[in-house]
Design a protein around this ligand. Structure first.
Ligand SMILES: [Zn+2]
Length: 293
């Protein structure tokens, strides 16, 4: 749902100038990365097959999806959500970009953190025990909030870092010195408070926005939508955009054989399906050779 990720091979070089902009994602920053020796994907040679056991009817569509990734992505990209959780040892820190004129209460703040942790597990609880995946759960913390005005953040405690008036693309953002997107080498030495206060992803909530966007930088959607969905079991747009953070694609112009309805096919399923889950597993299956496991 929402803007797809700029990723076509023939566009990569032309969008290099956008490095540092926030609403860019896979592929865009790849040429700025310097992770020497990192393995590329694209070959399963030598990998054990025994734990890759999707239901028979999903084998062909999963193969089609992976072939499509390899055709359209830069698979050397080094800031997939996978790279982020492997760098942190299974923790994702968030900063909330409160792109809103509404006041946020401490209750809302804490409710958002709890909901992010819960929603993350909807994707990742089915990864536990799969093919060398090293984590039982992903720990999710909100470590910071950004707003245009301190008065919009209706709390006095210092449980999160607060960033006021630091604007990027017309919206408040948390310190670049603390953001993974801006420091993909993991060096947060300029972050006030140090690495413990760094954030891996932004949750960017914008007044009046329809749809959403997602990428290595985080997820963006309507403020009213997200805060209004905190009591929903599955926050559909958020989960879809989080899928993008972990490499999953949109399906605007094709669908895999036999598959119609799944959360990454925007508008076709409000919840994560078995096919979505296997696409996520498939990403890990292909990327895990990057890591010392
Ligand atoms: Zn999408």
């Amino acid at each position: 749902m929402g803007p797809a990720l700029p990723k076509r091979r023939n566009r990569k070089r032309t969008i290099l100038a956008a490095i540092g902009a926030t609403v860019i994602a896979f592929g865009t920053t790849a040429f700025a990365l310097t992770s020497a020796g990192a393995e590329t994907t694209g070959s399963d040679a030598g990998a054990a097959q025994e734990d890759w056991n999707p239901p028979a009817e999903l084998v062909q569509p999963l193969d089609e999806v992976w072939a499509h990734y390899e055709d359209t992505y830069n698979m050397d990209f080094q800031n997939f959500g996978w790279d982020q959780v492997m760098a942190t040892g299974g923790t994702i820190n968030y900063c909330v970009r409160w792109d809103s004129t509404q006041q946020a209460s401490a209750e809302l703040r804490d409710g958002i953190e709890a909901k992010l942790a819960e929603q993350y597990q909807l994707w990742f609880d089915q990864m536990a025990g799969f093919s060398d995946w090293p984590f039982e759960t992903i720990e999710v913390n909100v470590v910071g909030w950004a707003a245009t005005d301190r008065a919009l953040l209706d709390w006095d405690d210092d449980s999160v870092d607060v960033y006021i008036g630091d604007m990027n693309e017309g919206a408040p953002q948390c310190s670049e010195d603390c953001g993974r997107f801006f420091n993909q080498d993991g060096d947060y030495s300029n972050c006030p408070g140090g690495a413990d206060h760094h954030y891996d992803q932004s949750l960017w909530l914008t007044d009046g926005m329809g749809g959403g966007a997602g990428g290595d930088w985080g997820q963006r959607m309507g403020q009213e939508y997200f805060t209004g969905a905190l009591d929903q079991e599955q926050i559909t747009i958020y989960l879809h955009e989080l899928g993008h953070t972990f490499g999953l694609d949109d399906f605007y112009d094709w669908t895999p054989t036999g598959q119609c309805c799944f959360i990454m096919n925007a508008g076709s399923s409000p919840t994560i399906t078995e096919f979505d889950e296997w696409m996520l597993r498939d990403w890990w299956w292909h990327l895990k050779t990057r890591y010392d496991l």
